[in-house]
Design a protein around this ligand. Structure first.
Ligand SMILES: Cc1cc2nc3c(=O)[nH]c(=O)nc-3n(C[C@H](O)[C@H](O)[C@H](O)COP(=O)(O)O)c2cc1C
Length: 157
């Protein structure tokens, strides 16, 4: 990697984010990734976005689904962030989850959740900017969020 590439990772990582799980039922089984690029976009219509790397092997499965769940992880769910962000293994092993009638996969006890469909998708560099329409959502007032900063999982405070 070039010096600029190394600096991009380090300096992008200076911006703290939450950690979301983007997931759906693919062939009857849960499939998903961890994403720190989740951003609320629009109130009317209700839209949110996630940037997905072109190298993702899971996104091609998810993008075909009618509904996709986005769960904002709580501070107590670092293990879920690590598992969903890993490249190998059964990512949902040991992770409590539920599916909606529409096929969203939502992580149990998350800080917030969104029931979404893909609205539009733009190629941008080595990622796609995926815009989702929100059909339903809720947040747990008593679950503080998990934070990702400088390549590490952290808690607020
Ligand atoms: C904390 C964290 C945040 C991540 N954020 C993103 C992201 O915003 N976009 C993305 O494409 N991958 C992100 N990843 C990587 C994916 O979770 C996943 O590892 C990657 O898509 C490779 O898996 P796949 O080939 O099954 O898609 C993140 C990983 C971690 C651990």
């Amino acid at each position: 990697m070039t010096a600029l590439g190394l600096n991009l990772r380090r300096v992008y990582g200076a911006y703290p984010t939450g950690v979301a799980v983007v997931a759906g039922l693919a062939g009857g089984r849960p499939a998903g990734i961890a994403a720190s690029s989740f951003v609320p976009v629009s109130l009317a219509p209700p839209l949110v976005s996630v940037c997905v790397a072109h190298t993702s092997t899971t996104w091609p499965l998810l993008r075909e689904l009618p509904r996709i769940g986005i769960s904002v992880l709580g501070a107590h769910q670092e293990h879920v962030g690590r598992s969903l962000g890993s490249r190998d293994g059964d990512r949902f092993a040991g992770v409590g989850w539920r599916s909606t009638a529409d096929g969203c996969v939502l992580v149990d006890d998350a800080s917030a959740w969104f029931d979404c469909s893909v609205e539009e998708q733009f190629r941008s560099g080595d990622h796609d900017i995926v815009v989702f329409r929100v059909h339903d959502l809720d947040a747990a007032a008593d679950v503080p969020p998990l934070v990702f900063h400088a390549s590490a999982f952290r808690r607020l405070g």
